[in-house]
Unconditional design. Structure first.
Length: 182
């Protein structure tokens, strides 16, 4: 309530929108979105803030990758080629970082060979319900230092866990032999 000339008047209701990816309800924002990441403009703005945070840049490559992969996997978009490839790559990134020794250096051979994997069976994975997952907002609220890193790690783990029905598919994509075209 706001006080105007001594009288209490109701505040103007804020118009909100629900992000189609993570489900966050946020104030309507008229900014840009991503071409195939399924996020509301307000949620995309949160991700941009998170990506630009000076602390995030100081924390190292692994943490930055976790943030990128968690966001993209949590906002899969709709079923089409670019979204399918994006979700596949980001889920493979989460798998490598969270299950397979957690080193970013292991991602380069995987992601670097993706275009050559024309015979790989990348297909649309039905997205899970992200209601119980942490979001980019949780990481932003954590602040700096260990809380930021811990929150980003917990977010990535919650997103990866939500995709559990597809873990074997993602692992199979990672383990598929590289077949170079030519």
């Amino acid at each position: 309530m706001s006080a105007v000339a001594g009288a209490a008047v109701p505040d103007k209701p804020q118009v909100t929108t629900k992000c189609p990816g993570c489900g966050l309800t946020l104030p309507v924002y008229g900014g840009p979105t991503h071409a195939y990441v399924g996020a509301s403009p307000a949620c995309w703005q949160l991700y941009c803030r998170l990506s630009a945070d000076p602390f995030a840049r100081r924390e190292g490559t692994r943490l930055r990758r976790l943030v990128v992969d968690a966001y993209a996997a949590q906002h899969p978009g709709t079923e089409h080629r670019r979204a399918t490839q994006s979700v596949a790559v980001h889920l493979m990134g989460l798998c490598v970082l969270l299950e397979r020794d957690g080193e970013t250096r292991r991602l380069n051979p995987v992601l670097g060979r993706m275009p050559a994997r024309k015979t790989m069976d990348l297909h649309w994975l039905t997205p899970p319900d992200f209601k119980r997952c942490k979001t980019a907002a949780d990481v932003l609220e954590a602040g700096a230092a260990d809380a930021y890193a811990d929150s980003a790690e917990a977010w990535a783990k919650s997103v990866w866990a939500a995709w559990r029905p597809h873990h074997e598919t993602v692992r199979a994509w990672l383990d598929a032999p590289c077949r170079h075209a030519g």
